[in-house]
Design a protein around this ligand. Structure first.
Ligand code: NAD
Ligand code: DAU
Length: 351
């Protein structure tokens, strides 16, 4: 194997797409997927690669210092791509400490383990930290986030991600640890846990359940197809200059309500419903506390330096996404019924 790579959070939404890409595209890399299998981690996301010779899954918690140090000793990783995180803003409002532990303490543990085990011999090593555009705060009607935009996180989730970004940069400047960071906008696609807007609403439309729109539905997000995020990570991992940050985004801004209306329209067609039927499910509910108004990414640096651009138009991407959730009813039912969580609890009860 030419490289052994640790991918954290590989059983989650974006992580599973990245693991699949790396395992298939680089048969000479060994990919070790470390995941705690929280409610958001699901090995059913990776059934197609689970038996590949260059893939291994390890269940574990990045907050557990001894476990992480032992793992680094055992595998002698050449590189880390760190995605493991608590990722849902609403949950961060309910339970901020989970976010502080995993996103901040967990990242610090990984940085320490890399620094210690690489023993100041950083040749050919890389610590790649995957982060979010939410660290930059909330935009008004104009402007876009650049890599140089000051941090202004406003939720426990985005603050914990911002803290982890700062720690990663501190290890670069203080210890010379070879790092790179990317900050991406909202992802959509297959295998996303149905607490996030798009899979939640697809599932609710299908089951004729209310669509809870926060506030007036006027908040704006910049949506990127998850496979294009994975492509960007691959490129940055192989080509980026050490210490650099890259913004990744779709140039694809939608108000929530317009996006939801597209979902309703496409679903009406797919489910053979009359046009306008699913829109009747829209229900305006109390706004999210501290709800960021608008995110928009300027990804010019990534385009100019590394030649990355999104490969898919939103209309095509959203249709593919809806088709996937409709075709994978069992995946969705296992999550919503809690069966998969029970399975993992019993499967790993003696760890
Ligand atoms: P996700 O919630 O779907 O997956 C997170 C994964 O991390 C899960 O598999 C979970 O089991 C694992 N995990 C959580 N805590 C852990 C711990 N303590 N130890 C080990 N594993 C743990 O998240 P996602 O949407 O795939 O996001 C992945 C990364 O990308 C996160 O760092 C997130 O901040 C970032 N990001 C997400 C988006 C997005 O739109 N979803 C956009 C930009 C950046
Ligand atoms: O911008 C990147 C971020 O995108 C990532 O860092 C996060 O991990 C990811 O969860 C996502 O955060 P958001 O808060 O933007 O995503 P979410 O899907 O939770 O919400 C999208 C928008 O839809 C947001 O404005 C809130 C709104 N919303 C969400 C839900 C779940 C609703 O109106 N109703 C809902 O039920």
């Amino acid at each position: 194997m030419s490289k052994t790579i640790l991918i954290t959070g590989g059983a989650g939404f974006i992580g599973s797409h990245l693991v699949r890409l790396m395992v298939n595209k680089y048969p000479d890399y060994k990919v070790v997927n470390l995941d705690k299998l929280t409610y958001a981690g699901n090995l059913a996301n990776l059934t197609d690669v689970k038996n590949n010779a260059n893939y291994e899954f390890v269940k574990g918690d990045i907050v557990d210092t001894d476990f992480i140090n032992d793992l680094f000793k055992q595998y002698q990783f050449d590189a880390v791509i760190h995605l493991a995180a608590e990722s849902h803003v609403d949950r961060s409002i309910e339970s901020p400490m989970d976010f502080i532990m995993t996103n901040i303490v967990g990242t610090a543990n990984l940085l320490n383990a890399a620094k210690f085990n690489w023993n100041n011999n950083f040749d050919g090593k890389l610590f790649y930290h995957v982060s979010t555009d939410e660290v930059y705060g909330s935009l008004g009607e104009t402007g876009m986030f650049l890599e140089t935009t000051s941090y202004d996180p406003r939720s426990p989730y985005s603050s914990s991600k911002a803290s982890s970004d700062h720690l990663v940069r501190a290890y670069f400047h203080t210890y010379g640890l070879p790092v790179v960071i990317s900050n991406c906008s909202n992802n959509y696609g297959s295998h996303q846990f149905p607490e996030k807007l798009i899979p939640l609403f697809i599932n609710n439309i299908k089951n004729n359940k209310p669509l809870p729109v926060y506030g007036k539905g006027e908040n704006i997000r910049d949506w990127l197809w998850v496979n294009d995020h994975a492509r960007a990570i691959d490129l940055i991992f192989h080509k980026a200059k050490l210490g650099e940050t890259y913004n990744i985004g779709g140039h694809n801004e939608w108000t929530n309500i317009d996006l939801i209306k597209v979902l309703c329209k496409v679903m009406d067609k797919k489910l053979g419903r009359e046009n306008g039927e699913s829109e009747k499910l829209i229900t305006y509910v109390t706004d999210r506390a501290g709800h960021d108004m608008r995110y928009a990414i300027d990804a010019t640096k990534l385009k100019d330096e590394l030649g990355w651009e999104p490969s898919l138009q939103f209309e095509e991407g959203i249709e593919k996404t809806i088709d996937w959730y409709l075709a994978n009813e069992e995946w969705m039912n296992n999550i919503t019924s809690g069966d998969y969580q029970k399975y993992y609890d019993s499967q790993y009860s003696n760890r």
